[in-house]
Structures are given as C-alpha cells and as structure tokens.
Design a protein around this ligand. Sequence first.
Ligand code: 5GP
Length: 182
Amino acid sequence: MNNYYKHIGKVLISSEELDKRIGELADRINTEYKDSNSLVIVGILKGSFVFLGDLIKKINIPVKVEFIRVSSYEGTSSTGKMKLNTPFTGDIKGKDVILVEDIVDTGLTISFLNDLFKKEQARSIKVCTLLSKPGSRKVHVNVDYEGFKIGNDFIVGYGLDYNGMYRNLPYIALYNQKIDDK
Ligand code: 5GP
C-alpha cells in the first residue's frame, strides 16, 4: 500500500486546477455547439474516462457519448502503427464529433482516429484533450480544446496510468521510475 505512492513525484496539476480548467473547456463547448443537434463525444479509452466523466457533467446541451479503444503496435517502423481493439459501432455519419483524449503526445492516436471518423462521414471532427506534450509530436494534429500544455516528463493520475495503476489519483503528478521498489 505505502509502496503505491512511493513513485509519485511532484503534483503538476491539482484537482482544483483541473476542475476550473475543465469548466472553461465545457463552457466553450456549450457555446460553440449550442445549435448542433447531433453532438457526439467520443472518449478514447482507457485514459480519458476520468476527464470525460467530469467534462460531460459540465455540458448542458444535448450530447451522446461513445467510447473507442485503440492501441499502438510497434512494427519495424519507428513511427508505430495504430489499430482498433474492437470495431467501432457508434453512429457517426452526419454527426458533430468531439474526440476526447487524456493526453496528445506523438499525435498518432488522434491522427488515426481523425482519418477513421472522416471515413465514417462525420459532419465535423474536433479534438479535446486535457493535456498536450507539444514537444513530442511525430505528426501534426489540430487540437481544438486543450486543457494544459506540459513538458515531456511521464505523468500519471486522473485517468493516466503506469502499468494500469494510478488512474485513481485525483491530480496529475510526475512519475519517478528510478525509485527502488524494495
Ligand atoms: P499519442 O498522442 O502518442 O498517440 O498517444 C497518446 C497516448 O499515449 C495517451 O492516450 C496516453 O495513453 C499515452 N501517454 C502519452 N504520454 C503519457 C504520459 O506522460 N503518461 C501516461 N500515463 N500516458 C501517456
């Protein structure tokens, strides 16, 4: 139990800061989509579920929620390739889609999903991410709603994991890999 927190370093973003910023993002979405009757928010699993849960509670216009799960597999190419874990069955054709990510890092996930939803004939596609690491991009992606820009350090909490753990932390913190577990 105590070891669980041993690797948790500096808190980068507190729960109060997260709550305030998510309120600002939701306000913008409420304003910009007030005339849309077909808003679909698509959460990218697993990392986005905490952010999406808090964001959606602050949305006050008609909205549907879907989830999609993708993973990357490292082939011979250094860019990595994305694949869908299960086929996406949501109804997207003619809809206004907002993709919700926990963090945009290389940009490969968002770029892959953008292409996918274009093929599914979404009416519009925007990207909302809680965090962004602009210094790590491998491909250029447009981010329409962005919570916080951060550096290239590995972080956990608020949905983001290390080996499946720490998603429950109510804040975003640095993860110290170097600390000895013994
Ligand atoms: P990308 O933009 O590279 O395609 O992928 C973004 C995904 O990489 C995120 O959804 C997240 O799962 C993972 N990721 C990137 N940076 C971090 C980080 O600092 N911490 C954690 N826990 N996951 C990260």
